[in-house]
Design a protein around this ligand. Structure first.
Ligand code: MTE
Length: 315
């Protein structure tokens, strides 16, 4: 892990990296589709390995004004247990994940269930750049320039019905692509969930890229959720299914260790993890520690979702 200070890096200044075998070919293939789709006015040219999918993405007013964590750290210090439990396992092993073709089905308590393919998702709404503060439950944090659009854009098209109180997210679980799922560290597939008002909140991002390009496999290609006011494990990677449910979804970490990982898992410096304090965090690339903010600093936007709730009980 690096310990250098990191200036804000504009997506136009980043040197793209072809990180894995096959990424070049993948980008070339994706390039045709994206160029045809005209994604975000992207200047992706077929055959150009240095073109980036979301080059011209609109900068969101929801972005934080803090230095972004370097691309190298964002893409080499990861949690993605489907590829192993070490922080460097995902970057080393996720090349076996095939992010295309990919379908994401939206189903459950709704009038219009649908299976979306990746090109449809890329075209569905304008892809923005959202620079979010991310806080892992383990005590480290990053600032990541994501590319995506509000999950609500996708959800509302399904026309959820009155029984749709929660939204469940399911990650791919294919042992042929994901070596880590031969180990029973979690009850696969990885499942996460949100209350429907949390899922519909404008900060909740359907995420297709980072740093101006398509998501690297280790960050949850080709499509994941990002919920910046909750601990990172709520932001499920490489999702294949979104389901509207009436009951609170049984989530992977909650099933594994219920007294440590609650359904809500809002970032809360006042509520300790049973085995460690959550009051402070180590921002990757910085020396020392900084104070963790309630709701990871997004309280102004989201605290109202929890009015009247005891956040110690609903941790
Ligand atoms: N999603 C899946 N499917 N599997 C995982 O192991 N880890 C979570 C979350 N989403 C995880 C996952 C955790 S603990 C964190 S902190 C974030 O992904 C890390 O996301 P990043 O590697 O893109 O920073």
């Amino acid at each position: 892990m690096s310990s250098h200070h990191s200036p804000i890096v504009l997506s136009s200044e980043i040197t793209p990296r072809s990180m894995f075998e096959g990424r070049r070919a993948f980008l070339r293939d994706a390039g045709f589709a994206l160029a045809l789709a005209g994604v975000g006015g992207a200047a992706l040219r077929p055959g150009d390995a240095h073109a980036k999918a979301f080059e011209g993405a609109r900068k969101s007013p929801f972005s934080v004004n803090e230095p972004a964590t370097p691309f190298k750290d964002v893409t080499t210090y990861n949690n993605f247990y489907e590829f192993g439990t070490g922080k460097d396992d995902p970057a080393e092993r996720a090349h076996t994940l095939k992010p295309r073709p990919w379908t994401l089905s939206v189903e459950g308590e709704c009038a219009k269930p649908k299976r979306w393919d990746l090109d449809e998702l890329l075209k569905l709404a304008a892809v923005e750049e959202r620079i979010y503060r991310m806080r892992c439950v383990e005590g480290w944090s990053m600032v990541i320039p994501w590319n995506g659009y509000p999950l609500a854009e996708l959800l509302k098209r399904a026309e959820p019905n009155a029984r749709a109180k929660y939204v469940e997210f399911t990650t791919l679980a294919d042992p042929a692509q994901m070596p880590g799922i031969r180990t029973a560290v979690l009850d696969w597939p990885y499942v996460e969930g949100l209350r429907i008002d949390e899922a519909m909140h404008p900060l909740t991002l359907l995420t297709l890229g980072l740093y101006g390009d398509l998501l690297p496999n280790q960050n949850g290609a080709p499509v994941r959720v990002v919920v910046p006011w909750k601990y990172g494990f709520k932001s499920a990677k490489s999702i294949v299914r979104i389901r509207f449910t009436e009951q609170e979804p049984r989530t992977a970490w909650n099933k594994a260790i219920p007294r440590e990982y609650g359904f809500y898992s809002n970032v809360n410096p006042a509520v300790d993890h049973p085995r460690w304090s959550q009051a402070r965090e180590r921002r990757i690339g910085e020396f020392g520690k900084r104070a963790t903010l309630p709701f990871n600093g997004y309280g102004e936007q989201v605290a109202g979702l929890y009015t009247g709730m005891d956040l110690r009980k609903f941790f």
